[in-house]
Design a protein around this ligand. Structure first.
Ligand SMILES: [Zn+2]
Ligand SMILES: [Zn+2]
Length: 277
């Protein structure tokens, strides 16, 4: 148990950024929901075939990719960043680049994997934080991922494996986990991009698959009843975990907001020497 006085405070601008991001993504998702989902009859079989290491549905082409939409979302997300971090070098550089039309729809034609490469290169040329830039592109893809997740959610409930460490929709690592009270604490991993949870075995690190008990532990912060931080001393990863069996209310209905409201736990884990997410 960690004492109260070591709980760090989340910077207000960071919280505000995530809240505005959540509003924006929810609004863009609503726009999409007014349209028919471009379903693919092969998706059902692809979901049945998903194994721990197989490519995500997005990597297999089952998440609609729309360059115009990505460009529009990226512009709006850059503005949210600039509003909350006006002196951030990435926000300033994006403001100039967007005004020059550098991130027009043509930029976004490739797959997300290729786009990541392109964005890292762009950031390198401009001596900016490439990971932060790639993250903005992932947020831009988020409304369509959530749309796909809603469409495939029913089929994904029948996922045959409980060893899949990456999100079945977007292929990213889990953002946090929960232990379900109705299923004797069965563990679910959660992707805040896709707003999706999927069953995962109780023991083992969801980042490196380490199963050595001596290298797995957890922190229980006194100020956040219900929350634990699972830590892996092999990869130095950590996973915020909400235990629904504890008699405490959930922090938020929306995963992205819940993630933002518990950012102090991330700061805490990093202060303890675990790697920032
Ligand atoms: Zn995802
Ligand atoms: Zn690990």
């Amino acid at each position: 148990m960690l004492a109260n006085n070591v709980i760090p405070e989340t910077p207000p601008a960071l919280l505000s950024y995530y809240r505005q991001l959540d509003e924006l993504v929810s609004r863009r998702l609503q726009d999409l929901q007014a349209l028919p989902f471009p379903g693919n009859p092969a998706a059902g079989e692809a979901i049945l075939q998903l194994r721990p290491e197989s490519p995500s549905l997005e990597e297999q082409g089952f998440v609609p990719h729309e360059p115009e939409d990505l460009a529009a979302n990226f512009l709006m997300i850059s503005r949210v960043l600039a509003a909350n971090a006006p002196t951030d070098p990435l926000a300033l550089a994006l403001d100039t680049a967007l005004a020059r039309g550098e991130f027009a729809p043509e930029f976004w034609r490739e797959s997300m994997t290729d786009l990541e490469e392109k964005l890292l290169q762009w950031a390198g040329t401009h001596q900016l934080d490439g990971d932060a830039l790639v993250q903005l592109a992932h947020w831009a893809a988020t409304p369509r991922r959530r749309w796909a997740a809603q469409h495939y959610r029913g089929a994904l409930k029948g996922l045959v494996t409980n060893e899949r460490r990456r999100c079945p929709i977007c292929g990213r690592e889990a953002d946090f986990a929960l232990l379900n009270e109705r299923e004797h604490g069965r563990r679910y991993l959660i992707c805040i991009h896709c707003d999706l949870s999927w069953a995962f075995k109780r023991m083992g690190c969801s980042f490196c698959d380490n199963k050595d008990f001596d290298l797995l532990s957890y922190l229980i912060p006194e100020q956040s009843p219900g929350y634990k931080i699972y830590c892996c001393d092999k990869c130095r990863g950590y996973l915020k975990t909400f235990d629904q069996r504890e008699d405490v209310p959930r922090l938020a209905d929306r995963h992205l907001l819940e993630y933002a409201n518990t950012l102090f736990l991330d700061l805490l884990a990093v202060n303890q020497g675990y790697l920032p997410r």
